[in-house]
Write a new protein. Structure first.
Length: 277
């Protein structure tokens, strides 16, 4: 099962995160068959995992979901750079469907060697010049490089983190891609939200963040006691409104505490007036 690495392509650097030493040893043993992957560290807790990942900046992390001092999502929230992630979990309560769309792959414990090899093959196929060792047709064109899809991958990881941190409830924070990492944006800090195609801009006093969620989806998920849709392109924080002024056409202009002025369209005006005045 060995996958040789090309002299021109260095091996992928991997870190194994699991609170159980036998589980870490098993992953390390399975990876020893892959010349294209070097294990550069391991950790058994959230805090050690964050320190190890930030220090080594690996290409790949095998990430346990359940740990004594938190979970794998806490690791994702705190690390400085986002590597490829293969989750491992003994429970399916963490929404396997979300894992399938959010991470490179997941391993449901106990897993067989063949399932492990499939997961690793998917990682290798994401990197230029690295064949999937499980591919029955090794002469096919390689899978697209991670480089070309890094933004989409980070957005999917952010979505997965959001689902894990606020399952079914109105969230207190939104997870967004920011540079090479995923960061939480506290909704208490968000003054207004602007539609940006299929994405949304989150505006705070100091920064603007891009969420992979569309403004319609955000409007449905946010706490209606704190946020209101005022236009097809805008959501405002009710606590950020300084005052409303009539626009003489049945709508309003809302002035926010940071000086931003946003139009409240006529169709949203009655509800906004009743909620603010």
């Amino acid at each position: 099962m060995s996958a040789s690495s090309s002299p021109s392509v260095p091996p992928l650097r991997a870190i194994i995160v699991d609170d159980e030493p036998p589980a870490r040893a098993l992953v390390d043993e399975f990876l020893s068959a892959y010349d294209a992957i070097d294990v550069v560290g391991s950790a058994g807790s959230v805090s050690d995992a964050v320190d190890c990942i930030d220090a080594e900046a690996p290409d790949l992390v095998f990430l346990d979901v359940q740990m004594p001092d938190g979970d794998g999502f806490d690791v994702l929230e705190q690390i400085d750079t986002l590597p490829d992630i293969i989750f491992s979990t003994a429970y399916d309560e963490y929404a396997i469907q979300a894992f399938e769309t959010g991470a490179v792959d997941y391993l449901l414990k106990p897993y067989k060697r063949s399932r492990f090899d499939t997961a690793v093959g998917r990682v290798l196929a994401r990197h230029d010049g690295r064949p999937d060792p499980n591919d029955a047709n090794p002469d096919r064109e390689p899978a697209p490089s991670r480089t070309g899809e890094s933004s989409d991958y980070a957005d999917r990881i952010a979505d997965l983190l959001q689902a894990a941190k606020a399952p079914g409830d109105a969230p207190e924070r939104l997870y967004v891609r920011h540079g090479g990492k995923i960061i939480p944006v506290e909704l208490d800090d968000v003054l207004w939200i602007k539609a940006d195609g299929d994405y949304s801009e989150l505006h705070t006093q100091e920064n603007t963040f891009l969420s992979s969620k569309g403004i319609g989806e955000l409007a449905e998920r946010l706490d209606e006691r704190r946020f209101a849709r005022v236009h097809r392109s805008h959501i405002i924080s009710l606590g950020a409104v300084d005052h409303l002024r009539s626009d003489d056409s049945g709508g309003y202009v809302a002035r926010l505490v940071d000086g931003t002025r946003l139009r409240v369209s006529r169709s949203y005006a009655p509800e906004i007036r009743d909620r603010i005045v």
